[in-house]
Design a protein around this ligand. Structure first.
Ligand SMILES: NC(=O)c1ccc[n+]([C@@H]2O[C@H](COP(=O)([O-])OP(=O)(O)OC[C@H]3O[C@@H](n4cnc5c(N)ncnc54)[C@H](O)[C@@H]3O)[C@@H](O)[C@H]2O)c1
Length: 456
């Protein structure tokens, strides 16, 4: 592996030299600056526009499901024919948005029984993902299921089995995986741009009530407008509670906490960029510090994850943090760190930072080197750029569009998607085990290749 890394490192340096030379030749202004910041544009070739229509239905027409449907309808040849939700207000909104002739229902099986539906988007809370996805595939529908793929670690294998048995296209909705930013980061890592990967980190800081899951509760919320019986039919039976329906992320029967909601995106991106199958050791710490609104999940969560060496990558560590009481607010990032630099990665931008030089400028150290006759040379060196920004071309439609487009392209071409059931489970599992570690107050062990927990 070392040899492979050395040759890819050399190839990156060669490319870097070409880029730097081109920039320097083209801009005397830039060259005059001390800090040269080459700037590359990320491009996506125009997509196919195919004539055959794909009819879709939306199951779970809340915030994200609606957004997914809006993006899906930007793909040529996609038509929305039906919407299912458990709350009248959402069904009315769907008719207002998409027209009175859209079929609406509170019973998802009525959607699955329709012959005119080719694919469904599952945008329900997490505790319904598994069952609806499996039922949909067995009913002959392709499935775009929101993340996390499953609500508990035991639920993944059945989704993988259903996908294999039915041969349907099944894609999980961590849309960053299809973005130009993730693609570029993958390419850069492979070319040796940051040397040998040893560490990655991700962080979310939030503070606004709406961002930390204190959603408004509609004035008409009641057992008459909400099908509560169905909502709790696959989990603990309770009396109607509007908070548990509209603020479901705060309760473990329905949501998967910060790890299932947010960490899972970073696992998806990280696994795509590195080619990893996942960590083998997971440890979480955190607490409920501020939002004492009845929530059952922490509002500060830290997770550390050990990734073992594989054919694809060296061993490295991952640290993820989420703080819902962050007075500075508003930060989200993913960073990969290697022996020669680092990358800050978003869906439409990658900022690559590299060491200027590995030599020291400490005068005492340099003096020592001189005295030791180590061959220290006074002559100045040519320095590589400290930072390169790869930015998406203007007009880039973004990761969500690319992800949806990949889903429909796979349906049309009888092809495959990257974020399939196996990928989705490998991204969800460490997030769910992070919660298990927090509640059990102990590290969790996982076999990422065979996809099962390990008892120690
Ligand atoms: N990919 C992303 O960036 C992203 C962002 C936000 C949310 N999500 C995911 O999307 C899903 C939905 O999140 P949201 O924020 O849109 O929640 P939401 O509460 O706004 O919407 C969920 C909708 O599902 C409906 N519902 C509940 N159970 C149902 C059932 N059995 N059948 C039909 N409808 C049902 C609810 O009435 C509600 O309208 C979650 O899994 C979440 O993790 C993904």
């Amino acid at each position: 592996m070392k040899e492979k890394q050395e040759s890819s490192r050399r190839s990156f340096i060669k490319k870097l030299a070409t880029t730097t030379a081109a920039v320097a030749a083209g801009s005397s202004l830039l060259a005059a600056e001390n800090k040269v910041k080459p700037f590359s544009i990320l491009k996506r070739p125009p997509g196919n526009s195919l004539n055959d229509q794909i009819n879709i239905a939306l199951i779970g027409a809340g915030g994200m499901g609606t957004q997914d449907a809006i993006v899906a309808l930007q793909i040529p040849g996609v038509k929305l024919v039906a919407v299912c939700d458990l709350y009248d207000g959402r069904l009315n909104d769907a008719k207002t948005r998409w027209g009175a002739d859209i079929f609406t229902t509170k019973i998802y099986k009525e959607i699955l029984n329709r012959k005119d539906v080719d694919a469904v988007i599952v945008g329900t809370p997490d505790h319904w993902h598994q069952q609806i996805s499996i039922d949909a595939m067995h009913a002959g529908k392709h499935v775009y299921c929101e993340k996390p793929m499953v609500h508990s670690i035991t639920e993944g294998p059945a989704v993988i089995k259903a996908q294999k048995e039915t041969g349907k296209v099944f894609q999980v909705g961590s849309q960053g995986v299809s973005s130009l930013g993730n693609e570029k980061a993958h390419e850069l890592l492979k070319s040796g741009a940051i040397g040998q990967l040893n560490y990655a980190e991700g962080f979310w800081a939030r503070r606004e009530p709406l961002e930390v899951w204190q959603y408004p509760i509609p004035a008409d919320a009641s057992p008459q407008t909400v099908d509560w019986e169905t909502y709790v039919s696959n989990t603990k039976k309770r009396d109607f509670d509007a908070k548990r329906f509209f603020r479901w992320r705060n309760y473990t029967d329905y949501g998967t906490g910060m790890a299932g909601d947010l960490f899972v995106h970073l696992f998806s991106s990280l696994h795509f960029i590195t080619g990893s199958m996942g960590p083998n050791k997971i440890y979480a710490a955190g607490g409920l510090r501020f939002w004492n609104d009845g929530r059952e999940v922490p509002d500060v969560l830290l997770g550390t994850f050990d990734y073992g060496k594989t054919q694809e990558h060296p061993a490295f560590n991952l640290s993820l943090r989420c703080n819902f009481v962050d007075g500075t607010s508003g930060t989200t990032y993913l960073k990969l760190v290697g022996s020669e630099g680092s990358m800050d990665i978003t869906w439409d931008k990658v900022t690559l930072k590299r060491n200027k030089t590995f030599g020291s400028d400490d005068p005492f150290y340099l003096d020592k080197l001189k005295k030791a006759g180590s061959g220290y040379a006074e002559r100045k060196k040519m320095l590589p750029p400290e930072e390169i920004v790869y930015d998406a071309e203007k007009g880039y439609l973004g990761g969500p569009y690319d992800h949806m487009n990949n889903f429909f392209t796979a349906i049309r071409n009888n092809g495959k998607v990257t974020e399939d059931a196996i990928f989705g489970y490998r991204a969800a599992a460490p997030a769910l085990l992070c919660n298990d570690s927090y509640y059990n107050n102990s590290p969790m062990f996982w076999d990422p290749e065979k996809m099962h927990s390990i008892k120690k």
